[in-house]
Design a protein around this ligand. Structure first.
Ligand code: SF4
Length: 345
């Protein structure tokens, strides 16, 4: 079967033409897919009946898939498991917070970036999600219609699946798509610079860079990406873009006890980020079996935050959400459990 979900207006135009529909039908199909949230081609009642039959005959389907499992936290956070790629399922996390309702989406089934502290990375990479599978997460969670923010911080490195992520952002923000403001979308990256450059140039979404250490040697030992794309080059690319006004740049800094949480790190971080307009999100680590690191304690995190603030950065400690379903999350996804610790946008 071929999925309509994930196609842009141009591609929908080609599909429409293939069954003898006029170009205008592309807009009608986009409206059914993305605004009216149709689950089947049959629902597209303003397309002629014979054209709908021809689409089905040609193997086209909408391509919506409901979550196959879910776990709910006492704080309202919910994790949803969707069918992924090559037997590896993927997760989305819904995070309500006062007037915000954020969905954290996955962009890949697994990940090949190999960050040592991350369970997704430890499980390897099984494949890329296409744009339809990314959009499906947004449309198919039960809270879909009340979402206010989307963060690409689930399974996978978005910059490593950049074509699908750009296409998903296009569908999320286009007037013929979901018509979201890019200011309500954040894409998180560990700094895979080729993909990040395209995100910077081709979209206006907020960017979150996962840093986790200001020192190259230390960061390399936590995140092999540092060897291929040095932080200093990533920051140079980011400095070329305007984050002082509507677009936002944040640094994600997961704190590991005795590894990256002393004031020497805070001082170096402040030096490194000088002139970037970035704010720093300090994230509590959730212990993962394959990594010896432990979470920093609250007092250490507060000391670190205060030092960054004294040095002129805006730093906050992210509230930890859904802790009671971290285990259930493992239960849902088995080995594919996500523990990026970053979905607290
Ligand atoms: Fe991949 Fe992100 Fe995990 Fe690193 S932290 S291995 S980039 S999913």
């Amino acid at each position: 079967m071929r999925k309509l979900l994930g196609l842009n207006l141009e591609e929908l135009g080609a599909v429409a033409a293939s069954v003898g529909l006029r170009p205008f039908a592309a807009k009608q199909m986009a409206a059914w897919l993305y605004r009216r949230r149709a689950l089947s081609i049959d629902e597209m009642t303003d397309l002629p009946k014979n054209a709908r039959a021809a689409l089905a005959e040609a193997g086209w389907t909408v391509g919506r898939e409901a979550p196959i499992a879910e776990a709910r936290s006492t704080d309202g956070t919910a994790k949803y498991l969707f069918k992924g790629v090559a037997g590896r399922d993927i997760e989305s996390v819904y995070i309500p917070d006062r007037d915000r309702a954020t969905l954290c989406v996955s962009s890949q089934a697994g990940c090949r970036m190999g960050c040592r502290f991350c369970m997704t990375g430890q499980g390897g990479w099984q494949g890329n999600l296409d744009a339809g599978a990314i959009i499906n997460q947004v449309l198919s969670v039960p809270e879909s219609e009340s979402l206010t923010n989307i963060v690409f911080m689930g399974m996978g490195e978005p910059a490593d699946n950049i074509d699908a992520v750009l296409r998903a952002v296009e569908i999320l923000t286009a007037p013929w798509g979901l018509a979201w403001s890019p200011r309500r979308i954040t894409v998180s990256t560990i700094g895979k610079l080729d993909g990040l450059r395209r995100l910077l140039e081709e979209t206006q979404v907020h960017i979150a860079l996962s840093l986790h250490s200001p020192f190259a040697t230390e960061r390399s030992s936590l995140m092999p990406v540092e060897k291929a794309f040095a932080t200093r080059d990533v920051l140079a690319a980011l400095r070329g873009h305007d984050f002082a006004h509507q677009r936002r740049l944040s640094m994600e800094y997961t704190m590991f006890a005795g590894i990256n949480d002393d004031l020497r790190h805070a001082d170096a971080l402040a030096r490194l980020l000088k002139g970037t307009d970035a704010r720093v999100n300090l994230i509590r680590f959730h212990k993962t079996p394959g990594f010896e690191g432990a979470p920093s304690d609250r007092a250490t995190m507060e000391r670190f935050r205060d030092r960054l603030n004294e040095l002129g950065l805006t730093a906050t400690i992210r509230a930890s959400r859904g802790e009671d379903i971290m285990a259930a999350c493992g239960m849902l996804a088995g080995k594919a459990k996500t523990n990026k610790n970053e979905c607290d946008e």
